[in-house]
Design a protein around this ligand. Structure first.
Ligand code: BV8
Ligand code: ZN
Length: 248
């Protein structure tokens, strides 16, 4: 893939980079996206499952849905795109990964500076006393995830629709976007807010914004460059370009 001159210059001179990732980042690891052809929202609407009221109405169903997704994720590995992003941390002064994903694949690929806007599916906590639980530690009473400490309901540590994002993580992501030179968007439809504001903050701060997707998204037309293709193929090519140019 031949990258435009302007993008190659940015890769050569950028110091602070934000990588904004969505479910498309993990598609090649075998994790279904939300709104794609095989998307999980196709069968079940978000309102039915990824929100607090749905959980309170039917904690068994919602928790079983997360256990199902955890089982898929546990069998998946980071793909070359995740490893390429982890490698980027060696070539720029500061790389901040702002992810909408809850699959923890960026951690498993070795990235360090990760901001999980929507939480992490491997973590759970009690609604009543906040006791933390790893997914394999939870006890169930009549299929309900119950806290051993106080008998309260245990929920996944993810941000549901209608819930605020973790304030400290949001603030850090917003700052990173407002002061970066380059923002790389990877595999997102750009329809979920406030997360989708992040690349726009970078754009407003005159960063160079590039969108990597297999098809144009809501954000693509507002970017400086759209790279059409699979993130697991394009990201390693970008890292190769960086290494060639910076010929260590
Ligand atoms: C909130 C965790 C208020 C759970 C998720 C404006 C401002 C603020 C809020 C809103 C607003 N407008 C609307 C809202 C409400 C709502 C919202 O955004 N609704 C949308 C659907 C219209 N937002 C909220 O409710 C947020 N909360 O605002 O609360 C508040 C404020 C303060 C205090 C109290 C309350 C919370 C939103 C978070 C919801 N949680 N996930 C879980 O996962 O179960 S959202 C879910 O969607 C995931 O996190 C996912 O990451 C995210 C975005 O989806 P994508 O990642 O983009 O995935 P998608 O499938 O859509 O697209 C995949 C893309 O990849 C496609 O483009 C495809 O082409 C591409 N692709 C596929 N394969 C590849 C590829 N690209 C490259 N390579 C490939 N191989
Ligand atoms: Zn408890």
């Amino acid at each position: 893939m031949k990258f435009p001159k302007e993008f190659r210059q940015i890769l050569q001179n950028a110091e602070k980079v934000v990588v904004f990732t969505g479910a498309g980042m993990s598609a090649e690891s075998g994790i279904p996206t939300f709104r794609g052809e095989d998307g999980i929202w196709k069968k079940l609407r978000p309102e039915e499952l990824a929100n607090f009221n749905a959980f309170m109405k039917n904690p068994e169903l919602v928790f079983e849905w997360y256990q199902h997704r955890r089982n898929i994720i546990e069998k998946c590995e980071p793909n070359p795109g995740h490893y390429a992003i982890a490698e980027m941390e060696k070539h720029f002064k500061k790389v901040t990964i702002v992810t909408q994903n809850i699959d923890a694949l960026h951690h498993r690929a070795g990235s360090k500076n990760i901001l999980e806007l929507h939480g992490n599916i491997t973590r759970n906590y009690c609604l009543s006393c906040n006791t933390f639980y790893n997914s394999n530690e939870i006890k169930f009473i009549e299929r309900k995830p119950i806290c051993e400490n106080c008998g309260g309901l245990v929920r996944p540590d993810v941000v549901w629709f209608g819930e605020g994002l973790p304030q400290d993580i949001w603030n850090e992501a917003e700052q990173a976007a407002k002061f970066c030179d380059l923002c790389i968007i990877v595999g997102t439809s750009g329809v979920v807010y406030p997360a989708a504001y992040i690349p726009m903050y970078a754009k407003e701060a005159n960063a160079y914004v590039v969108d990597i997707n297999i098809s144009p998204s809501e954000l693509s037309s507002r970017c400086d460059l759209f790279l059409s293709g699979k993130s697991g193929e394009i990201l390693p090519l970008i890292v190769e370009e960086i290494k060639n140019m910076k010929d260590y």
